[in-house]
Design a protein around this ligand. Structure first.
Ligand SMILES: Cc1cc2nc3c(=O)[nH]c(=O)nc-3n(C[C@H](O)[C@H](O)[C@H](O)COP(=O)(O)OP(=O)(O)OC[C@H]3O[C@@H](n4cnc5c(N)ncnc54)[C@H](O)[C@@H]3O)c2cc1C
Length: 427
């Protein structure tokens, strides 16, 4: 996704853009191995969708036309937070669809636009960088070809080899931060039963760390399907075996998800995914940086996916790339790495702040400030369950529309203080 969004931006700045992809792009909304995570629940928050719509006007209509569901949040979402059930206010809306549908919608817009000067090299692979002194001058491919380029954008995801490529050019390794909640997903598609109408369209049952570590999501997708993603932190991984999957669902903090899927018709095998650590490579801190090269998307900052931020942060980074190239070509690469780091900062704080609540999380020792902030966030979550305005502020932060600091504004502080720790217990 980071690559596709970057390509769209680059076509505005360069005469010719080449997209190199290891896979072949499928003809429709289908799975491909390079996006193995696409068999799991993907939520695209409002900010991410807005930015993608800016890049591809009409994208939202394409998704809706292909069967994406438009759900009210939390009005159509039965949401068990760490502090109890959230009242079903109408605060915002979300489109829900499968990840392959989004990938197809974006890719087909790029591939189908004859006005874009774009070459797509599929079933090929970047194996290294071409260099000119200390700078990057293009890429070498698995096929033996080389491509000369003014700018190379690495969007190869968590497996990016940029640190090794940079080391070969004489640059130091980027400092890295790892916050690993040891979390694993297991997911399966189901047919939504005929006439199913319990008064909600989607379910999200969160863990309450450190006491409980399991989360379950059941969201509608195009084609009359649900995707059910179960995840557990602290090595309590979502299981891929049939009975264990149902047992795990039964062990969530409320049986509603289990009761929904128990008799529903499975449409797919159960698949697992465990590469979920929060992992940041701080390219923005390197004292020197080559011209002609940038790194974006999961390759520079990957999140525990349970908070649904990766694609939206990729969209923010694509916009940052656009701004940097518009401002001044000189030194745009370094400015981009700094801006991309800033674009990811809020999401990083949310994801790691939450993950540090699990006892098993592997990370540097938790600071006192994190514990104090988390104690306040507990109060915000409890207040958001009963107060529509606090709920809207919290959703703005989760949806990356506002910075986490906005939760400390006087208006939110006052409402949080006024609502106390009331916990609505009814669904
Ligand atoms: C289980 C799970 C659930 C998730 N849920 C959400 C969610 O709800 N919401 C959300 O916003 N995000 C979610 N994410 C994160 C999201 O999937 C990523 O942040 C998003 O895909 C952006 O990643 P990317 O494009 O940087 O890298 P990737 O998606 O990893 O894509 C990398 C691409 O590079 C290609 N590639 C790799 N190496 C090479 C090479 N050497 N040469 C050529 N091509 C190469 C791959 O084939 C692939 O196409 C989830 C992630 C996981 C694991």
């Amino acid at each position: 996704m980071a690559g596709l969004l970057a390509v769209r931006v680059l076509t505005d700045h360069f005469d010719r853009v080449t997209l190199v992809e290891r896979d072949r792009f499928p003809a429709g909304a289908a799975f491909r191995p390079g996006v193995a995570q696409s068999r799991h629940l993907h939520v695209l928050w409002t900010r991410g969708l807005e930015l993608m719509e800016d890049l591809f006007p009409g994208l939202e209509q394409t998704l809706l036309g292909a069967g994406a569901e438009d759900i009210g949040v939390p009005s159509d979402l039965l949401w068990l937070t760490s502090a109890g059930w959230r009242k079903r206010f109408e605060v915002t809306r979300l489109l829900t669809f499968s990840r392959p549908l989004l990938d197809w919608a974006v890719h087909s817009r790029l591939a189908g636009d004859a006005a874009l000067s774009l070459d797509v090299l599929e079933d090929n692979e970047v194996t290294g960088l071409l260099t000119r002194g200390p700078d990057v001058a293009g890429v070498a491919l698995r096929s033996g070809e080389t491509i000369a380029a003014d700018l190379v954008v690495d969007t190869t995801g968590r497996g990016s080899r940029a640190p090794a490529w940079l080391a070969a050019l004489g640059y130091p390794a980027p400092p890295e931060t790892l916050v690993d909640p040891l979390l694993g997903y297991a997911s399966r598609y189901y047919a939504v039963p005929d006439g199913f109408d319990p008064g909600w369209k989607a379910l999200y049952l969160q863990a309450d760390p450190p006491a409980t570590r399991r989360t379950g999501g059941l969201f509608p997708q195009e084609g009359g399907r649900w995707i059910c993603s179960l995840s557990g932190a602290g090595r309590d991984y979502g299981p891929t075996e049939e009975n264990a999957f149902l047992d795990f669902a039964k062990g969530l903090r409320d049986p509603v998800l289990y009761e929904a899927i128990r008799d529903a018709e499975p449409l797919s095998p159960i698949t697992g995914f465990r590469r979920t650590a929060n992992h940041r490579r701080h390219y923005e801190r390197l004292p020197a940086w080559p011209r002609g090269f940038v790194v974006m998307g999961d390759a520079t900052c990957a999140f525990n996916p349970i908070y649904g931020q990766g694609m939206s942060v990729a969209a923010l980074s694509a916009m940052a790339l656009d701004r940097c190239l518009r401002e001044d070509r000189d030194d745009a690469e370094r400015r981009f790495q700094r801006r991309a780091a800033r674009s990811a900062a809020g999401a990083w704080l949310v994801a790691t702040g939450e993950d540090l609540r699990y006892r098993e999380t592997e990370a540097a020792p938790t600071r006192l400030t994190t514990r104090v902030i988390n104690a306040y966030v507990d109060r915000v979550v409890a207040a958001a369950n009963v107060d529509r305005h606090v709920c809207a502020s919290l959703l703005d932060v989760l949806a990356l529309t506002s910075a986490p600091a906005s939760l400390f504004s006087p208006a939110v502080l006052a409402r949080v203080a006024a609502s106390g720790l009331r916990r609505p217990t009814e669904r």
